[in-house]
Design a protein around this ligand. Structure first.
Ligand code: GTP
Ligand code: MG
Length: 199
């Protein structure tokens, strides 16, 4: 899958107001600051396309980016951001859940997890929720440039083991670095395959 063009389309808090073009979409979700927006920039090769920040809670809306004028990458707000009020957090959760449950052309949601951390309960719970709801998803390990090869394989093994406590089969799992571009080809190829199979 080659990305020829990538443009910002719109930001919404309500999934019903998101584009109604019927084009396929691929979303990025995960804890605040895990690297969702950075990965979108890395995949598209456009640095400032999705807004990133070193402080969590940067992305607060559902952001659609149109790729090659024929499908969307969708940047979502993070979950688990501690510094917002309970009311605000519930509002975000509802916005994300409504989006995930109701977009007919949501072909795959990538759940991003920080490769440097032990499996976090909030991520495992989210992954289990995706599985139980039957929402197609894959897992993406982020920020792997911050780990040695050894640390990375340990972390991967630990994650797989944790998932196998809950699930018989592992979901697709990609190992990435937005900083170095690792895993970019694999993720794009996977997106291409999903679209080819849907034709
Ligand atoms: P929210 O929108 O707040 O939910 O965060 P996000 O998940 O979109 O994270 P974002 O892409 O804004 O990145 C958060 C921080 O992590 C930024 O300081 C990025 O530069 C850094 N970061 C993201 N990806 C990588 C990576 O692959 N490697 C390294 N070293 N840093 C990264
Ligand atoms: Mg973001």
């Amino acid at each position: 899958m080659n990305i020829i063009s990538a443009e910002f389309v719109c930001s919404n808090s309500d999934y019903k107001k998101c584009p109604d073009t019927g084009l396929p979409e691929f979303a990025f979700i995960g804890r605040s600051n895990v690297g969702k927006s950075s990965l979108i920039n890395s995949l598209t090769g456009k640095k400032g396309l999705a807004k990133t920040s070193s402080t969590p809670g940067k992305t607060q809306l559902i952001n659609h980016f149109i790729i090659n004028e024929s499908w969307y990458l969708v940047d979502l707000p993070g979950y688990g951001y501690a510094k917002v009020s309970q009311t605000e957090r519930l509002k975000w959760e509802k916005m994300i859940n409504d989006y995930l449950m109701n977009r007919d052309k949501l072909f795959c949601t990538f759940v991003l997890v920080d490769s440097r951390l032990e499996p976090q309960l909030i991520d495992i719970e989210f992954i289990n929720y995706m599985g139980e709801s039957g929402i197609p998803f894959a897992i993406i390990f982020t920020k792997t440039d911050k780990l040695t090869k050894n640390e990375l394989s340990k972390s991967l093994a630990q994650y797989k083991k944790k998932l196998l406590d809950w699930w018989e089969e592992l979901p697709p799992l990609f190992v990435t670095s937005a900083e170095k571009g690792n895993g970019k080809e694999e993720v794009l190829e996977y997106i291409g395959e999903i679209m080819a199979n849907a034709e």
